[in-house]
Design a protein around this ligand. Sequence first.
Ligand code: ZN
Length: 260
Amino acid sequence: MDIKRFLNLPSILEAKNVLCVQPHPDDNEIGAGGFLSILKEKGARITFVTVTDGRKGLPTRKITHEELVKIRDEEKKKAGEILGVKEFIDLAFEDGGDYTIEELTEKLIKIFRNVKPELVLTVDGWLPYEAHPDHVKTGKAVASAVLFARNLSLPELGDPFSINQIAFYASAFPNTYIDITNYWENKIKAIKEHKSQFDNSNWPFMEKFFYDQSKEWYREGKEKNAIESVAGKLPDEGLAEAFKVLSIWELHMFPKAIFN
Ligand SMILES: [Zn+2]
């Protein structure tokens, strides 16, 4: 059953209030910088929630963790502004720390009920071989918070609010592709604001990797007839971002969700 058609859910390109939850500063730009550039142009309200402080994002002892936290906070704001982010919420858990999915879920429910987004974006916590605990915990906590934000339980966290859809980036099972060909430069500009992470000799390799991946997603999206665009006609070649978009109904007891 095509549950999204059954529920008559709108394209994620129509979202006017979007909340993006990232494990570390820079994940939202890498995963969805093109899509968010489109939403910015359409005047959507975009909020970033950053789960950890990113203190372990450099393999060097030359600067302290505290210094890096400050640097990454500034980079996150500059990059977010390029993507039209109006509000930044920092949960400030320690990067790679021992916080639990349940703790994070509670914090997110409160934020979701307050911001009332139609669409929540995050990393896919079920990505096979994902070895970073912050990514696994964040993806799973966001899905749980979407499920429980509308629940009558936990009244101390605000009034129940129902979020229509969740979109996972960095997913092994994408079902929605967004044409970002005309927004590629803006995405790269935002990523490059994370100088502590990308202003180094690895950048040419990273940029090529991002580019080639987006090219492949475009082709894949066209093949599956699952690509959406604000540009009208789609040429043969282009660049896309890939998402696993699920409705709230697919987040519980729904084995087919992996194929949807
Ligand atoms: Zn990350």
